[in-house]
Design a binder for this molecule. Structure first.
Ligand code: GAP
Length: 434
């Protein structure tokens, strides 16, 4: 199993993610995504959007504000109940989430027993003030979930999209939680990205849609190449359910520290729409033409973490192999997720090879995400591309000047094919999509 340290090292060495504010000692709350990380994260989000919005006629997207009226969070219940139990060790004064302690009576920092304070309910929302005056009236929160931006726009979206039940509204964006113990690299941070969809349906159909979305979301991870042995669905016990949920399952990944959540799929009932109707005085019901009655829809919500899921794909893709007595590191990412799909590598730095291969890279760049690399020996460049997950390398050598063909090397099998430059685009498209 790939250790956390291995992935953190790879991320720093190759430029997937760096601690935020690193030159000032780091914040331990957030990460900055480097040149490779930003591509991988964007590909994960694009695949989610494609599967949840672009390929469906019954889901539309929105992009709501991070800062919303405080009344949103009063109505949703977050201001009063979005808390974690916080305990402090009386000896070393470190603070922990009580429900995440491996041993409830022992401090994980100093090892002493029975030194914890009584748990205190700590609200996880990050606070700030709107405008120049820091008064209670100007207090606002950075959103802790993207979902509420969808609920408060329910009537707007219904009006402009003219959808009939069932339909969904999807959103990808930043969320913020003042986590007591951020950690495990990008797994738990105070600033992160979510990919959420609220599926509005008739209350009588909610259970059946819940099953549908659990299955669809599980298949999404598997279709993008996640190892089925590392993925499981775990139903929540009654004591774990969020204040809005009637039923929840987690999609969990087998991390090096054990099974942990990638996504929650919840039956939120009509809780949020009713709360916002009540607090805003606006009618957030739906007129069902079939029965001629008004109904407040139920909501099934698949809520995934974009940054956390990206992290899981990175771990899942990592493997090492022995090749002719040397170790090879491979990121076996699906071509739809890989930061670069193709690397174009002239065999030497001689202009006679660099110039034509640069033209090939420009041409391929219109169709694929391409890296062009002329540094180091070809062997070292292949290893680098293997380690960052590039599925195919195109090498332009001296023979290419004669036969107008290039060598295409496969990341996983290391097999090489000679392909004419005139049919290279089509060949790569077939290999990458197949
Ligand atoms: N709207 C429902 C909701 O927000 P959640 O289970 O609290 O549900 C959904 O969050 C997903 O967001 C989680 O499964 C996880 O992937 C991600 N997530 C939540 N808190 C996070 C954090 N502090 N850091 C990174 N990802 C987080």
């Amino acid at each position: 199993m790939t250790s956390l340290e291995t992935i953190v090292n790879l991320s720093r060495r190759r430029g997937f993610a760096f601690p935020s504010s690193e030159i000032y000692g780091g914040l331990r709350s957030a990460y900055d995504y480097g040149p490779l990380g930003v591509e991988l994260l964007r590909n994960v989000k694009n695949q989610w959007w494609r599967s949840m919005v672009n390929t469906r006629r019954d889901v539309v997207g929105i992009d709501s504000a991070v800062i919303q009226s405080r009344r949103v969070w009063q109505a949703s219940g977050h201001e009063s109940v979005f808390t974690d139990p916080l305990v402090e060790c009386r000896q070393c004064h470190q603070r922990f989430r009580q429900d995440k302690l491996a041993r409830p009576e022992q401090c994980p920092s100093c090892g002493r027993r029975d030194t914890f304070t009584e748990p205190r309910h700590f609200n996880l929302m990050l606070r700030t003030h709107m405008g120049p005056v820091e008064t209670e009236e100007n207090l606002v929160y950075l959103r802790p979930e993207t979902a509420q931006g969808i609920f408060i726009n329910f009537a707007n979206v219904l009006r402009v999209s003219r959808r009939k039940l069932p339909f969904g509204v999807a959103q990808i964006g930043k969320s913020f939680r003042n986590e007591i113990t951020p950690g495990q690299f990008v797994f738990r941070t105070r600033e992160f990205e979510q990919m959420e969809m609220e599926w509005f349906c008739l209350p009588s159909e909610a259970s059946q849609w819940f099953e549908y979305w659990v299955d669809a979301r599980r298949r999404w991870y598997l279709d993008l190449g996640m190892n089925p042995e590392n993925l499981r669905i775990r139903p929540h016990g009654d004591d774990e359910l969020s204040h809005y949920s009637k039923e929840t399952v987690d999609v969990e990944y087998r991390f090096s520290w054990g099974w942990d959540e990638l996504e929650g799929i919840a039956n939120r009932t009509d809780f949020d729409l009713r709360q916002h109707s009540e607090h805003s005085g606006q009618d957030l019901s739906y007129f069902d033409q079939a029965t001629g009655t008004k109904v407040v829809p139920y909501v099934i919500e698949p809520a995934a973490g974009a940054t956390r899921t990206t992290f899981a794909f990175l771990i899942d893709a990592y493997r090492t192999e022995q090749v002719r007595g040397a170790q090879r590191v491979v990121l076996g990412l699906d071509p739809r997720l890989a930061p670069y799909q193709v690397a174009v590598l002239p065999l030497s730095r001689k202009p006679a090879l660099v110039e034509p291969s640069s033209r090939i890279a420009d041409d391929l760049g219109e169709r694929f995400s391409v890296e062009f690399d002329i540094t180091q020996s070809i062997g070292k460049r292949y290893r680098r591309q293997d380690e960052i997950g590039t599925p195919l390398c195109v090498t332009f050598d001296f023979a290419s000047l004669e036969d107008q063909a290039v060598t295409v090397r496969d990341r996983d099998t290391m097999q090489q094919d000679r392909v004419g430059v005139d049919r290279l685009r089509g060949y790569l498209a077939e290999r990458l999509n197949g």
